[in-house]
Design a protein around this ligand. Structure first.
Ligand code: PHE
Length: 360
């Protein structure tokens, strides 16, 4: 019978020097496999005397268990090591853009909003905000749309499921169809003088070249004791001239109707359409740009303001329309398609300041 201690040393050395799973498996086969060292010796036990077989058998079994346990431990260590190596090698830097060829740019709507804010801020307006999910009161009733008034139908409103109310009356919830809701929210919580703009998403069930179910509006509201139609005209004329960067841009006001303003008007800016190309500035044609008017006395009353004491004007316009006109974007729907090719064509350099914008 061979020297067990020497065999043990040899096998332990073989197993612990295996540095990957393939050599560890080779070591296992060499020790415990069908033709392995320990297996061989076990086969030879039959040739020994009874006494020798007993003690050699016990020793061999012990050795077999020790080597098996050693192989298990070594295997666990190697697997852990392998995992560490893979984690180190396959490390992903998630702070890097996966598509470095696509440079981020500012969406024309964000750019236009920044430009609008820059102009109105310069005129002394502050920004007010309101929720997208509104109720019938703020979207219609307080704005002087009587129940059943046809103007409610014109808005193609998205209604949400009614809230259960304790008093049994259902509260109609809807997605605001215009930012005029913010006029109401602001007037019911602030005393004049008021000079605010509000920008944000509005929703109407409509979809074609010039309508999308969600779009953006900017709304302005000025309330004081002597604010007049002349202030409205001055403010909006100045605004379009700054926004379109045309100092002598002609404007005209046409009578119109909104339930919440009286008198109401639509404002047009001058343009030319020679050769089928739209050019903003003095020309032979006009382009409608916004709705406006003097806040209706009923609206002031609905917000707790005395129309004998206060008066003012409001205006509202579509931000996409402003962006389309200034930057020559032909189809409204493309604003919402998130096409990176469109964005890299119409987008803006993030490092440029509004109104000094250069296209990238
Ligand atoms: N809220 C109107 C609309 O969405 C726009 C508007 C606002 C008109 C304020 C007049 C005054 O069409």
């Amino acid at each position: 019978m061979m020297d067990m201690a020497a065999l043990k040393l040899e096998l332990v050395d073989m197993v612990s020097s295996a540095q990957d799973m393939t050599s560890l498996e080779a070591a296992r086969v060499a020790a415990l496999g069908k033709k392995g060292r320990i297996t061989d010796l076990m086969k030879n036990l039959g040739t020994l005397s009874h006494e020798e077989r007993r003690s050699a058998g016990a020793e061999l079994n012990l050795l077999k268990d020790e080597i098996s346990a050693l192989i298990d431990r070594q295997s666990q260590q190697l697997r852990a090591q392998e995992l560490q190596n893979r984690l180190a090698n396959e490390e992903v830097d998630i702070t890097l853009s996966p598509r470095p060829e696509v440079r981020g740019s500012i969406h024309p709507i964000s750019q236009t909003m920044d430009e609008l804010l820059t102009i109105f801020d310069g005129m002394g307006f502050t920004v007010a905000e309101g929720p997208d999910i509104e109720d019938d009161f703020h979207n219609f009733t307080a704005l002087n749309f009587p129940i059943g008034h046809p103007a409610r139908e014109m808005h193609d409103t998205f209604y949400l499921p009614d809230d259960e109310r304790k008093d049994g009356e259902a509260q109609k919830k809807l997605l605001r169809t215009h930012t005029s809701t913010v006029q109401i929210r602001y007037m019911t919580t602030h005393k004049p003088p008021i000079k605010i703009v509000c920008m944000g998403r509005v929703y109407r069930a409509d979809w074609d070249m010039t309508h999308t179910p969600v779009f953006h509006q900017i709304e302005g509201l000025v309330i004081d004791k002597t604010t007049s139609m002349a202030h409205l005209k001055g403010c909006l004329s100045q605004f379009v001239r700054e926004y379109f960067e045309v100092d002598d841009l002609p404007v005209r006001f046409r009578p119109s109707f909104f339930p919440f303003t009286e008198p109401s008007a639509e404002m047009d800016i001058g343009c030319s359409r020679k050769g089928g190309e739209l050019k903003i500035g003095a020309g032979d044609s006009w382009l409608e740009i916004l709705g406006c008017g003097m806040v209706h006395p009923n609206v002031l009353r609905n917000c707790g303001l005395d129309p004998e004491e206060y008066q003012g004007f409001a205006f509202g316009m579509g931000i996409e329309r402003l962006a389309m006109l200034k930057y020559g974007i032909p189809d409204l729907r493309t604003f919402f398609e998130s096409d990176v090719r469109w964005l890299s064509h119409y987008g803006f350099d993030p490092l440029n300041r509004p109104n000094r914008a250069t296209k990238i």
